[in-house]
Design a protein around this ligand. Structure first.
Ligand code: ADP
Ligand code: NI
Length: 212
């Protein structure tokens, strides 16, 4: 079995252990999009694909005890005999890509830029809308509350603790992602997905207000 196939199996098994039902399909989509970006941006395909597949293996919400050390990703890669230098490049990408409320961390490798863009692209567009409402529902959040304004300019700590409606999440995070893309290829995809989300909310408000 090749290492990418082994990585897919590994993250699928990890997700199955998670009672919250975090799905590995996110990581598979991020891998595919990241490889697409990598091919156009001249990034190393294998490093990009491995970092994409493993990017949430030590996610703070899913595996808080390994988040700091990235122990899941590292032990998988060591088990596959990946050289320490490559493991270092991959773990550096994983620790550089998370949003953390501010969106300020820019990965210092082209592979990391592709994975971060792919992860962000998966949060917008039709899949992004679906993920946001799925997340909101599973956390008992209201879809929308016309009396609750979005909370902009949060620092990382406030963002992590902040409870808001799913519609507010569009303003607090999703609509900001388009302008945070690292690569030209991702910017083009993001523009289209962002326009779709704006059209979605227009329709949502029109229906909510009895205008359509
Ligand atoms: P990732 O680690 O894959 O970048 P997150 O773990 O931050 O993404 O979030 C997973 C998904 O849940 C994303 O699609 C994100 O937009 C959505 N999400 C995160 N926080 C909220 C929220 N407060 N309300 C609605 N959706 C959310
Ligand atoms: Ni992710």
């Amino acid at each position: 079995m090749d290492i990418l196939e082994a990585a897919e199996r590994y993250i699928t098994a990890l997700a199955a252990e998670d009672a919250g039902g975090h799905d590995h399909f996110h990581a598979l989509r991020v891998r595919r999009t990241a490889e697409y970006l990598a091919a156009r941006e001249g990034a190393d395909a294998r490093i990009t694909a491995l970092a994409a597949l493993l990017h949430d293996a030590d996610d703070i919400k899913l595996s808080p005890e390994t988040h700091a050390t990235l122990a899941n990703a590292v032990s998988f890669l060591r088990g596959q005999g990946v050289p320490e230098e490559e493991i270092g490049r991959i773990t550096r990408i994983i620790s550089q890509i998370s949003f953390g409320g501010t969106g300020k961390t820019v990965p210092d490798s082209i592979e990391g830029k592709c994975v971060q863009d792919a992860d962000r692209l998966d949060a917008i567009g039709a899949v992004g809308v679906a993920r946001a409402f799925a997340y909101g529902g599973s956390h008992g959040r209201a879809m929308y509350d016309p009396d609750e304004a979005p909370c902009l300019d949060m620092d990382a700590e406030t963002y992590r603790k902040h409870v808001s409606t799913t519609v507010n999440h569009f303003y607090e995070k999703l609509f900001r992602l388009r302008d945070l893309m690292n690569t030209e290829t991702a910017r083009r995809i993001a523009q289209q997905r962002d326009a779709f989300m704006r059209a979605f909310l227009d329709e949502f408000y029109a229906e909510w207000n009895g205008e359509r």
